[in-house]
Design a protein around this ligand. Structure first.
Ligand SMILES: Cc1cc2nc3c(=O)[nH]c(=O)nc-3n(C[C@H](O)[C@H](O)[C@H](O)COP(=O)(O)OP(=O)(O)OC[C@H]3O[C@@H](n4cnc5c(N)ncnc54)[C@H](O)[C@@H]3O)c2cc1C
Ligand code: FES
Length: 275
C-alpha cells in the first residue's frame, strides 16, 4: 500500500563516474509492481522542498523487513544531497507509486526490453518477473559511450537474471558493443531473429521511446513505455506531470498524470509530438 515510510540507508555508493547505488531498509515488506517508483526526501532537510522520483530497481524481502535498491545519477540539488547520505541516515520515502508494467500482456510472446541511460533501473524487476513467468527475454541497453561511466555493474545484475547472451549493449561511438543507437541495435537484431510475437517494454529518453513506438507499430506488437516527467507531488494533486494521451476506447485526447495513470503507457496512447 502507498504510504510514507521512514527508511534507513544501508549503503550508498558511487559505482561509476555517473551512477550511484542506494540501498535502504524498510521495517516491513511492501508489494511492488515492476516499474513503480517512490518520491524520496532526505529527512528533516528543508532544501530542496520537493521530493525526487526514483524507480525501484531491486527489492529483497528478509527477516527484518525488506531492502530496496535504487540506481541514480547526480544531476542537481536533490540527487547531490542524496549522494551525501551515509549508512544509518534516515530518508522519507513515499511509495510505491504509479501503475507499473503489465505482466499479463501476452503470456506467450517474447519480451523485448529496451533502455537508454538511466532508464535501465526501471526494467530489472520486470526482467525478474518475466523470467519467473518463463518468458523469453532480451534486453537492449544504450549509452552514448562506454567511457562516461555506464552502469556496467547493473548490467551484471541483469546478466545474472537473463544470461549474458540475452543482453545487447549499444554505444553511439562504438566504444563497446553495437555501434549506434540502441533502437538501431534492436532493428538489426529483428532482421535476423524476428519472433512471431513479442511485447516491447521501454524506458529511456523520449526520442528512444518514440522510435520504439514506431518499431512496435511496424511489427504489429504492443509496446509499453515508461515516461519521465518533472514531478512535484508524485501522487496526483499538483497536475504538474500531465501528458496528452489518446483514450484507447474513443481515441479522444485526454490529459493523464504520469505519476498516477503512468508512468507506463501503451505507446500508441501517447501524443509523441507533445511529450
Ligand atoms: C517516475 C520517475 C522515475 C525516476 N527514476 C529515476 C531513477 O531511478 N534514477 C535516476 O537517476 N533518476 C530517476 N528519475 C529522474 C530523477 O527524478 C531526476 O533526475 C531528479 O528529479 C533530478 O533531481 P535533482 O534535484 O538532482 O535535479 P534538479 O536540481 O531538479 O535539476 C537539475 C537538472 O536536471 C534536470 N532534470 C531534473 N529532473 C529531470 C528529469 N526527470 N528528467 C530529465 N532531466 C531532469 C533539470 O532540468 C536540471 O537541468 C526519475 C524520474 C521519474 C519521473
Ligand atoms: S507530480 Fe503532481 S500530479 Fe503528478
Amino acid at each position: 500500500m502507498t504510504r510514507d515510510h521512514n527508511v534507513r540507508v544501508v549503503s550508498n555508493v558511487r559505482e561509476t563516474l555517473a551512477y550511484w547505488r542506494l540501498r535502504v531498509r524498510l521495517s516491513e515488506p511492501i508489494t511492488i509492481r515492476p516499474g513503480q517508483f517512490v518520491m524520496m526526501r532526505v529527512r528533516d532537510a528543508w532544501e530542496p522542498l520537493w521530493r525526487r522520483a526514483l524507480v525501484i530497481y531491486r527489492a529483497e524481502p528478509h527477516a527484518e523487513g525488506m531492502d530496496l535498491e535504487f540506481l541514480y545519477k547526480v544531476l542537481g540539488r536533490g540527487t547531490a544531497q542524496l549522494s551525501r547520505q551515509r549508512p544509518g541516515d534516515e530518508l522519507q520515502m513515499l511509495g510505491p507509486l504509479g501503475n507499473g508494467f503489465p505482466l499479463e500482456a501476452d503470456a506467450q510472446a517474447d519480451a523485448i526490453l529496451i533502455s537508454g541511460g538511466i532508464g535501465l533501473p526501471a526494467l530489472y524487476l520486470l526482467a525478474e518477473a518475466l523470467v519467473r513467468q518463463r518468458r523469453r527475454v532480451q534486453l537492449f541497453h544504450g549509452e552514448p559511450t562506454s567511457e562516461s561511466g555506464a552502469p556496467f555493474s547493473a548490467l551484471e545484475d541483469f546478466a545474472r537474471v537473463l544470461g549474458r547472451e540475452a543482453i545487447t549493449l549499444a554505444t553511439e561511438d562504438g566504444s563497446l558493443g553495437f555501434r549506434g543507437l540502441v533502437t538501431e541495435a534492436l532493428e538489426a537484431y529483428l532482421e535476423h531473429h524476428r519472433p512471431r510475437r513479442a511485447s516491447l517494454y521501454a524506458c529511456g529518453p523520449t526520442p528512444m521511446l518514440r522510435r520504439v513506438a514506431e518499431i512496435a507499430v511496424r511489427q504489429g506488437w504492443p509496446a509499453y513505455v515508461s515516461l519521465e516527467a518533472r514531478m512535484a507531488c508524485g501522487f496526483g494533486v499538483c497536475l504538474g506531470c500531465a501528458v496528452k494521451t489518446r483514450n484507447a476506447a474513443d481515441r479522444l485526447p485526454h490529459y493523464r498524470r504520469v505519476c498516477v495513470e503512468g508512468p507506463i503507457f501503451r505507446a500508441e496512447e501517447v501524443f509523441w509530438d507533445e511529450v
